[in-house]
Each structure stands twice: as C-alpha cells, then as structure tokens.
Design a protein around this ligand. Structure first.
Ligand SMILES: Nc1nc2c(ncn2[C@@H]2O[C@H](COP(=O)(O)OP(=O)(O)OP(=O)(O)O)[C@@H](O)[C@H]2O)c(=O)[nH]1
Ligand SMILES: [Mg+2]
Length: 208
C-alpha cells in the first residue's frame, strides 16, 4: 500500500504504546486484636477497602477477647480486610488484613498464600497480643517487619526495648507507624517491599 502524506498526521493516541505488564504483589497486615490492622489498610488503600467487621455483642463474651480496649472497640474483623494501592510502573500492592480473634487463626494459611511479606502491627500496651503473629511469620520464613502503632501519635517505648521484649532477631526491621496516617503506613509497606526484594536477591545468589 502506498504511503500517504496524511499518515504523518495520525493522532499520537493511535500509536501503540509500550505498557508494562501489571505486577501484583501481596502483603499481609497482621497482629493481635485491635492493634489497628483495619485502620492501617483503610488509611492507605486507593479503593474503598473491603472489610468484614462484625459487632462485638454480649454474645461474644467469654468467646472473643475484648483485649481491654472495649472503650474504643465495638466491632471486630471476622474474615479479612482487603485494600489495593496502585504504584508507578503498573505495580499493584494488594493488602490483606488478618482477622482479630484467635478462633479465625485457621484462615491465616489461606490469607498469606503467595504473600511477599507482612507487617506485624504492635500495640506496646498489649505486647503479648502480637506474639502469635511474630511466631507465625518467623516459623514459615515469611519476611516481616514489626511496626509499632503509635496510638494517639505517641511512642511510649524505645524500639530496642520492644525488640528485646519480643525477642525478634536483628534482621527483622522494627519501626514506628501510625495506622491512621497514609505517610506512616506507606513507610511500613516500603520496608516490607525492600525486605522482600533483599531476600529474593540473596536467594538468587549462586552458592559457593
Ligand atoms: N488513637 C488511635 N487509634 C487508633 C489507631 N489505630 C487504630 N485505632 C483505633 O483503634 C481501634 C481498633 O482499630 P482497628 O483498626 O479496628 O483494629 P484491628 O486490628 O483491625 O482490630 P481487629 O480486627 O478486631 O483485631 C479503632 O477504634 C481505631 O479507630 C491509632 O494509630 N491511633
Ligand atoms: Mg480489623
């Protein structure tokens, strides 16, 4: 077919663009009851997060742990939270939040499937709440960072004291966050991605 001068005037939009294939990365937000997991995902998600909150009524007394925070807690996550963040380069972070009550622990294995890493949120007033999450990720070799949620914007403990109390090894990043702040949650997620990349790079190194 002969070339026509009018071809030069073809709109730019018609020129096929090189678009990066989408890359989806899954990160789990875990921790004990009422540490701020649902709040964390809600503050960073680009989409209206999916949440599965159920009212904590008197029927849950003796079954569910109210964790001594019943003044600020009338609902609990009964299945999972889900949020999504779009990043440049067609990279998508999918965030999955774990349920708060021990009776839903059986769901964790499904929730973490394929995750590159996790954030373990900690309330230093109820440190023991995060032991199961730390043990869970440690025992499965899933990279995780420990993020101390500064309720009311106040850090009440030094990170090194938290590390000692939790007995987390030096290679596990520990940082402060604020589950209500987009900037702070972003920083925590950035640390998970970096940790996962370092882990992947180390595993790709030839032995010997
Ligand atoms: N002041 C303050 N309140 C917070 C913060 N993060 C969470 N909260 C409050 O603490 C309560 C618990 O937060 P959630 O996000 O529901 O906690 P969760 O870990 O998802 O709870 P479960 O799913 O039931 O285990 C809510 O009333 C939040 O508004 C924070 O950083 N500062
Ligand atoms: Mg929740």
């Amino acid at each position: 077919m002969a070339f026509q001068p009018s071809d030069l005037a073809a709109p730019v939009a018609e020129v096929p663009q090189q678009v990066a294939a989408p890359t989806v990365v899954k990160i789990v937000v875990a921790g004990g009851f009422a540490v701020g997991k649902t709040t964390f995902i809600g503050s960073i998600s680009d989409i209206e997060p999916l949440s599965t909150e159920a009212a904590m009524t008197e029927h849950s007394l003796g079954v569910d742990d109210a964790g001594g925070v019943s003044d600020r807690k009338t609902t609990t996550t009964v299945a999972m939270d889900f949020g999504r963040i779009g990043l440049p380069g067609n990279l998508w972070l999918y965030l999955f939040g774990t349920p708060g009550q021990d009776r839903f622990l059986f769901m964790w294995d499904d929730l973490v499937l394929g995750a590159i890493g996790a954030v373990v949120l900690v309330d230093t007033d109820r440190l023991e709440q995060c032991f199961p999450a730390v043990d869970y990720f440690e025992s499965r070799g899933i990279p995780f960072v420990v993020a101390v949620n500064c309720f009311d914007g106040v850090a009440t403990h030094h990170l090194e004291d938290v590390r000692e109390a939790l007995q987390v090894p030096a290679h596990v990043p520990l940082l402060y966050t604020d589950a209500r702040s987009r900037a702070a949650t972003k920083a925590a997620l950035f640390n998970v991605v970096r940790l996962a990349m370092e882990r992947a790079k180390a595993q790709a190194q030839p032995v010997g």
